[in-house]
Design a binder for this molecule. Structure first.
Ligand code: UGA
Length: 447
């Protein structure tokens, strides 16, 4: 008989994981403590913009016409305990207020609520990004509370999905990492992931601490790559070099690789920034803080990019104050194909210029509603063209395809000054210059 799966927490990770498990053929029951989230998902609507996720949900959510009916939702912990053979914990672990450490309260409360209902043999699988050592502690919680005793076990299976590619990353992961303490746990997880493993996804079996560390190490490496190229952009800027050419040239070395070497205003979002900080905090607790002091520099290079973009804009406008200047901002989300504005470099730059007296007008294809919520005092336009109308300078801050496809000639007709600053090194300088624009990007030659 096929395994029965539950998913606890239906945010980004959980909603995608639940739908993907149904797609793989399992019966899935998902729980969230927020009723509105569940009601939305039951209608086949996602709480966030993620390409392909609504289609996947609609294909499986029970009650939707033509669906397989394999995915259901509940708020009842007893129902979850009675239903599942494998329980995936997908709640979030945000940065603690006023501290670098991560807030484990959602994970702890999920495990604490579930464990007393584990009346039959079950595997609880943590997917949330947690400080190393958490799984060990949570396993003890389960052992202390589960009526099934030793038949209720824990495993750790970190998630590597990227926003904008969440569905594909979940259905076709580039690796599956499982931290386990028994053969039974490994066997169950091999069964869950039989399809992607059959298609070639490597299956890496580790102990608990290694599984937890793989996730934070991967995100730290990615953050380091981005800050490395941004540091090179600073040097290129000072030495009149071209960071885009530099990235291309070093990227041909396949030990280095081309990916994640796009210089610009840096990384943001709900993962990379908080994960490197939580990692530093945890290393400090373990007495290994020296090993990770470089991450402090990675973080500060990253945060510096935002300020440098503001200074580039000031300089381009003549060097004085932003007072009375009209600034068009293209992009508000932390990356394209997402409506997520958490710790968004784009919104941060827009906000800084606004707070210094600039008349900022923002346009983003999907992030307008979220941006308005966190920054209601910025100006917002319904299209790129409207944002650019009358602008003294245009800032390209999130590399949506829509912006790459803009017609510089058409935009040039409505802008007051044809001045564009590319904070993502993603536009074609030749195209913009040919249409009479002054194109500037950090770490690139001026003409
Ligand atoms: C990141 C990781 O890439 C995922 O593997 C991981 O699972 C996820 O965090 C997580 O921990 O849940 P995500 O936050 O969706 O995924 O975003 P990324 O695609 O990593 O981009 C992060 C930021 O780096 C964005 O602001 C992006 O604009 C920026 N970036 C990326 C650059 O500035 N330059 C680059 O070359 C690449």
């Amino acid at each position: 008989m096929s395994l029965k799966i539950t998913v606890i927490g239906t945010g980004y990770l959980g909603a995608t994981h639940a739908a993907a498990m149904a797609e793989l053929g399992f019966e899935v029951l998902a729980l969230d403590v927020v009723k509105e989230k569940i009601e939305k998902l039951e209608r086949g609507e996602t709480p966030m913009y993620e390409p392909g996720l609504e289609d996947l949900l609609r294909r499986h959510v029970a009650g939707i016409e033509g669906s397989t009916g394999r995915l259901r939702f509940t708020q009842d912990w007893a129902e979850v305990g009675a239903f599942g053979d494998v329980h995936f914990v997908c709640v979030n672990t945000p940065q603690k207020h006023g501290e670098y450490a991560c807030d484990m309260s959602y994970v702890e409360s999920a495990i604490g609520s579930l464990a007393p209902h584990l009346t039959r043999p079950a595997l609880v699988v943590g997917k949330s990004t947690v400080p190393v050592g958490s799984a060990d502690r949570l396993a003890a919680t389960i052992a202390g509370l589960a009526p099934a005793g030793a038949a209720a076990e824990l495993a750790w299976n970190p998630e590597f999905l990227r926003e904008g590619f969440a569905v594909d990353d979940t259905l076709h992961p580039d690796r599956i990492v499982v931290g386990v303490r028994s053969e039974r746990a490994e066997k169950l997880l091999r069964e869950v992931y039989a399809t992607p493993v059959g298609e070639g996804s490597p299956f890496v079996v580790t102990d608990f601490p290694t599984a937890e560390l793989v996730k934070t190490a991967a995100n730290s490496f990615l953050a380091t790559k981005i800050s490395f190229i941004n540091a090179m952009a600073e040097v290129c800027e000072a030495a009149d070099g071209d960071v885009a050419k530099l990235a291309e040239a070093i990227g041909y070395d396949d030990r280095i690789g081309k990916k994640f070497l796009r210089a610009g205003i840096g990384f943001g979002g709900g993962c990379l920034p908080k994960d490197i900080r939580a990692f530093m905090a945890r290393a400090g607790e373990l007495g290994a803080d020296q090993a990770l002091t470089f991450l402090r520099e990675i973080d500060s290079i990253n945060m510096r990019q935002r300020g440098q973009m503001v200074e580039l804009a000031r300089e381009a406008l003549g060097g004085g104050s932003f007072l009375g200047k009209r600034v068009a901002v293209l992009g508000a989300t932390f990356k394209p194909d997402s409506d997520d504005v958490r710790d968004s470099p784009a919104l941060n730059v827009a906000g800084q210029i606004h707070l210094q007296g600039g008349q900022v007008t923002v346009y983003d294809p999907k992030g307008m509603e979220n941006a308005r919520r966190v920054f209601p005092t910025l100006g917002y336009a319904d299209s790129a063209l409207e944002a650019v109308r009358g602008a003294d300078v245009v800032l390209h801050l999130t590399e949506w395809r829509e912006f790459r496809e803009l017609d510089p000639v058409e935009l040039g007709e409505v802008a007051t000054t044809r001045l564009i600053l590319d904070g993502r090194n993603a536009l074609d300088p030749a195209l913009w210059r040919a249409a009479g624009w002054t194109y500037r990007a950090m770490g690139r030659p001026t003409a």
